[in-house]
Design a protein around this ligand. Structure first.
Ligand SMILES: C[S@@+](CC[C@H](N)C(=O)[O-])C[C@H]1O[C@@H](n2cnc3c(N)ncnc32)[C@H](O)[C@@H]1O
Length: 303
């Protein structure tokens, strides 16, 4: 495991002229550059978290191992039952003090463990929402002894009732037909009719199947659309986001695109390299436009 992913890389002008180099001293391959303010750390969150000052983070966005035995190139998802829950409580205890008084936390989890995780978090924070991510998995047979599960549970918590929250950048525009249908005098001048509607707490966004334009080589990569919504609503511009389990760097990409600072941890070196490439591409893309590998296939939202 390496821990220098956040170190500045030498620029071409800092490397020695080619003619002065012996064949064995060929210049190291330059890593893709990431913007200042984005830290991608190839380190273990639990052993490194002490380096983050308490009260310095606006938003913790965590998508941890779910305790379902996924292969992340390590054994981090091999815990289950009480062992998994004790581990989850342990890292949450370490993360929560990093939040500012106006800060908030989103945690992805599954129905198997959401009740225990949410009960625990309610002893530390104020629960704001449970968001259901409907992954839009198509019906293809499968289970016959219960209903097919197509959702992830996302807990949204805040340090206090005075948490930062900005709905306007994440409102969903009404289509022309709906606007027309609501053109009666009663609705005239309504801010919400012009700005769009609140996304509500069921988010219907396709999971990233293997052929999806946004998909990279990570087994549980989350859609940028979901993560970016959380960043826009719950971290002010210029604020700081912490992702303890960054995987392929989806939260980092959202932060680079939306001018938020970011610090993220990942123990798998290959995933860190993917994150670095994605952030670099996002930073190079024209403003407001998702880079090719990170362009979501927009789905019509269920109202
Ligand atoms: C569910 S995935 C995150 C996926 C990510 N949200 C994305 O969109 O790509 C969880 C990640 O946590 C990493 N991980 C597990 N234990 C860790 C630890 N102690 N510190 C840092 N990363 C860890 C795993 O290697 C895995 O890539």
């Amino acid at each position: 495991m390496r821990d220098e992913f956040d170190e500045p890389q030498p620029t071409a002008s800092e490397t020695a002229p080619a003619e002065e180099l012996l064949a064995s001293e060929a210049p190291a391959v330059l890593l893709p550059q990431v913007p200042a303010g984005i830290q991608l750390l190839n380190r273990d969150f639990l052993t490194d978290v002490a380096n983050i000052p308490d009260g310095s983070i606006d938003l913790i966005l965590c998508d941890p191992p779910y305790g379902l035995g996924k292969d992340y190139g390590n054994d981090s998802d091999m815990r289950s039952g009480d062992d998994f829950l004790a581990w989850t409580r342990g890292w949450l205890e370490l993360a929560i003090p990093k939040l500012k008084p106006s800060g908030s936390l989103y945690i992805f989890c599954t129905w198997q463990y959401a009740p225990e995780i949410f009960s625990f978090l309610k002893t530390k924070l104020v629960m704001i929402n449970e968001i259901i991510w409907d992954r839009r998995v198509p019906s293809m047979g499968g289970t016959t002894r219960r209903f097919t599960s197509v959702h992830d549970n996302i807990g949204f918590f805040a340090v206090s009732k005075d948490y930062y929250f900005d709905l306007d950048p994440v409102r969903i525009p009404y289509d022309a037909a709906t606007k027309k249908a609501r053109s009666r005098k009663l609705f005239e001048g309504s801010k919400w009719l012009e700005l769009g509607y609140n996304p509500k707490d069921v988010w219907s966004v396709s999971r990233l199947h293997r052929q999806h334009a946004e998909r990279v080589d990570h087994p549980t990569q989350k859609p940028l659309e979901i993560v970016e919504r959380m960043v826009l609503a719950s971290c002010p511009k210029g604020g700081r986001v912490l992702d303890p389990f960054m995987g392929s760097g989806t939260t980092a990409v959202a932060c680079a695109r939306q001018q938020r600072e970011f610090v993220g941890y990942e123990i798998n070196e290959s995933y860190c390299a993917i994150a670095r490439e994605r952030v670099s591409a996002a930073a190079a893309a024209p403003a407001g436009r998702a880079p090719v590998k990170a362009r979501a296939q927009r789905q019509p939202e269920v109202q």
